[in-house]
Design a protein around this ligand. Structure first.
Ligand code: TPP
Length: 320
């Protein structure tokens, strides 16, 4: 017997709330931000075939749908408060819903946030999440604060998610272990919430790498009115990326996207403070370049120190 809309919500998504004033089941949810804090709000839509494959493990999909949203709060240095879920489902299939809800709510529990509302409808599989967070006034990390002379940093190992996508597209072959690792990067990104909080007051600008390092850095540069130089020699790579052809490494690292690492700028000389944050959060941090005056544009130096041609390298764009 198939489930009705309200039964489905009750069964998989409704849980007693502890942090929120009012959760699922009324016309509105009620959240109580800490007095004096600013509310940070972000929303992301995931569409089958565009953001994920129909064959993905539903538990991983639930995790990723929330993770990509929390990543936006992380990039702003905001502390998560709660979230809503809007779901279009082709059918009320328990074999999908049970693991999807489990993956979603397990990540929510790890960040001590609650699902407080949303909407469910029949339709092509589409997942819309809105996250709410809080940040002390004036302390949100923005794209606009980069200053000439700042260092550019990135967390984790960007580029690995793209390798998995290329395997699915049939343009790259990986051994079973490498594929499993790349797939984990693509399907189970870890939102860098603790890092975002630790960067408040230190980073001058930040963004999460969803569309690719070059494209997302470009957003920071435009908003900040500056240029930048990245050094390929500083590309953080584990064996998975290092084992690929040089051209594949470049494309994956510079344009990969879907990594949800934090790309940020910090004043020169912050290395010791940032390495302490890396140790404290368990997230590796790498210095990959420098902010330059606007006239320099965006350049990337190869291992020999010569600028590479970026015209062939574009970030991820849903409409191209
Ligand atoms: N196609 C499939 C089937 N799965 C994927 N993971 C990708 C493509 C790669 N991909 C999907 S979304 C995305 C990438 C690289 C970029 C981020 O998506 P977007 O909706 O632009 O996120 P936002 O920047 O709004 O956070």
């Amino acid at each position: 017997m198939s489930l009705g809309e309200f039964e489905l919500i009750d069964r998989f998504f409704k849980r007693p709330v502890q942090r929120a004033v009012l959760g699922v089941g009324d016309d509105c949810a009620l959240l109580q931000p800490t007095p004096g804090m600013q509310l940070a709000v972000s929303t992301d839509l995931l569409v089958e075939g565009r953001h994920f494959l129909s064959t993905v493990d539903p538990a991983r999909l639930g995790h990723k749908a929330l993770a990509v949203n929390l990543s936006d709060l992380a990039a702003c240095g905001a502390k998560p408060l709660g979230f809503t879920l809007s779901l279009a489902l082709p059918r009320a299939d328990e074999r999908f819903l049970a693991p999807f809800a489990q993956g979603l709510l397990a990540l929510a529990d790890r960040h001590q946030i609650e699902l407080v509302g949303g909407d469910t409808t029949a339709g092509p599989l589409t997942i819309g999440i809105t996250v709410f967070g809080e940040v002390p006034p004036g302390q949100a990390l923005l794209r606009s604060g980069a200053r000439v002379g700042d260092d550019i940093w990135v967390s984790g190992w960007p580029g690995e998610a793209r390798l998995a996508l290329e395997v699915f597209r049939g343009t790259l072959a990986l051994g079973a272990e490498d594929f499993a690792q790349a797939r984990l990067a693509m399907e189970c990104p870890e939102p860098r919430i603790a890092l975002g909080l630790a960067l408040r007051g230190l980073a001058t600008a930040a963004i999460d790498v969803s569309d690719g390092l070059l494209g997302d850095l470009g957003h920071v540069l435009r908003r900040s009115g500056v240029g930048a130089e990245l050094a390929l020699a500083r590309m953080p790579r584990r064996a998975l990326l290092a084992g690929q052809l040089a051209a594949v490494q470049r494309i994956a690292w510079l344009t990969g996207g879907d990594d949800y690492e934090l790309l940020f700028c910090a004043p020169e000389g912050a290395d010791a403070a940032l390495q302490a944050i890396a140790t404290q959060t368990g997230v590796p941090l790498h210095r990959i370049g420098q902010v330059l005056p606007r006239g320099a544009g965006l350049r990337v130096l190869d291992e020999q120190g010569s600028p590479i041609d970026l015209t062939q390298l574009a970030g991820f764009d849903h409409f191209k």
